[in-house]
Design a protein around this ligand. Sequence first.
Ligand code: IVH
Length: 679
Amino acid sequence: MSERPGDGHSGESNREVEALKAEIRRHDYLYYVEARPEVADGEYDQLYRRLVEIEAAHPELVTPDSPTQRVGSEVRSELPSVRHTASMLSLDSTQDQDELLRFDERVRKALGEEVEYLLEPKLDGASVELVYEHGVLVRAVTRGNGLEGEEITENVRTVPSLPLRLREAVRPAPAFLAIRGEVIMYLSAFEALNQRMVERGAEPYVNPRNSASGSLRQLDPRVTAERPLEILAFDVLSVRGASFAHDHEVVRALREWGLCIPERVERAVSVDEILEYHRRYAADRDSLDYEIDGVVIKVNDLVARAAMGATSHHPRWALAYKFEPRKEITRIERIAISVGRTGRLTPVALMRPVQVGGVTVSRASLHNREEVARKDVRAGDKVRIQRAGDVIPQVVERIEEAGVDRGPPFEMPGECPACGTPVIEDGPATVCPNRFGCPAQLKGRLVHFASRSGLDIEGLGNETANMLVDRELVRDLADLFRLRAADLMPLEGFAEKSAQKLAEAIEDKKHVDIHRFLYGLGIPEVGATVARDLALHFRDFRSIMDASAEELEVVEGIGPIMSEKITGFFEDERNRVHIEAVLAQGMDLIAPEVVGESTLAGRRFVFTGGLPSMSRPEAKKLVESAGGRITGSVSRETDYVVAGAEAGSKLERARKLGVTILDEAALVELLRAAGVDLP
Ligand code: IVH
């Protein structure tokens, strides 16, 4: 090893490395978190270069929390799924002041009149969990479905303001700390990024939230590193080695550990104070460099929170009080008809492009003919538009213009614009009945099949699907798997490499999770969550195909309406023929993984009554992830009855039959023993 003067032996280098790391960390913190740097860039660069130099000479001194280790170079093929240390609930939200009053009443009823709230902005970004062990960042996970998300540690490490090691200057780091925060992209940075993307011929992001979330989920951390992201921390999901009595202490601790926190976190004791806070933020909303879509009101006392608990979706001690959606005025140029994968004809208002809260809007669905009639909008009309939930554009109302001759009223076409088949009316909807022959429906089915929650075939979006169907290269889903690179090469926008890539991507997706395949089929009512629940429960595609309504309804969240849609779909002979044709292409459907050794494989569980801390769907998913089966009624075959508060006749029956009865604690014990990783 070449020794340089000053490098000395490894021990000395070690001391210098540690000193440099601490120094650089301090400057990073001052620069990125506090925005009050103490040194000039040149001086900082010198320190950084010195650290790089010593680490190059003594690779054994490189630690993962070194400031030089923010950007990894390993490119992944996918982001693994990881369970959260505690479930990441969502927030109940409202735009209605009366709802806020009722929330406050409920809280006071539960906790007494003396209530203190903590107020924060509701950041419109992507939620993440950050795990620090002994002060070192070891894991970051997207929110995903709240129970598990995608592991994005390497990507999160690239966010310059995020400490790779917690600051211990004021407060020691706990042994274990899981934080919840929001990843955001500043509006200025978002615009610059989109500009660059357009210049490169890439599709720009729709809004800063999608941009933040898309940037986080890159397979190559070097791409994420180029995206200007920020993480604001606002909650502790779980902690060992520290404890807090109030949320304001949590926020203070997060700040002291060197994390960025939201601006203007304030306490309030009355609804008036909440309204005042909301008004102030609403007034300043447009001058902030990041998107917020409301304010969050949380009970400050953490013991009181535990007492109030949560529903399966959201805590009872918090509420997001949202802002009014942003509105703008524009003009409808034309009303077009789009035919989706289900054959519905949807009128779409094509409008003069207008900026609504930082996003250009030029089209909005008008849903169906009744909606068009109700709003009485026509081509040429002036309209007020908004983005619902600040995302999906909507036409709010027509604006009356005196003395202006309007065009003729809108009429639905009598024939499908894509295939010419006479349409039928189904309630307010207008439908093209040519399910298996209409090219527009096939295009839609293809895109859905290949979409993110479906087979996730990269490179098969709207445009490609249109070409494949228009050129009759694909006449049904099974045809997709017959495509060769040579078929794709003549298509516009394809070259040898891209054709090869898409052909391989399709071939690759013959091995696919059951739930993705199921989702991709586009069964009415079956979204990504239901598909996952079905796959977890049945663990085999054909069993789902053949399940009776009764068998389906055992799955939590599936009621009679859904089960009827599902059995109806699979009973349709033409659907079966199509599915069999796809399966015959060599599909290999993968059952969801069962964690651990799973002593619970095949064991039958019945749930009755509410559990104190877990939600029922959550508990059921845990049981199923360990291989257990959930059934609806107690019989001699039942292995366990999980009974909570207000358990009913099922509990009695279990006692009579001598079935093992578990409370939540016993269930947790059992799951742990079966290898389920629980906090
Ligand atoms: S508290 C269980 N505070 O909004 C309550 N959430 O629908 C934990 N969000 O994705 C959340 N700003 O990540 C909380 N100041 C804030 C927030 C916030 C944004 C996100 C949250 C979730 C969504 C809720």
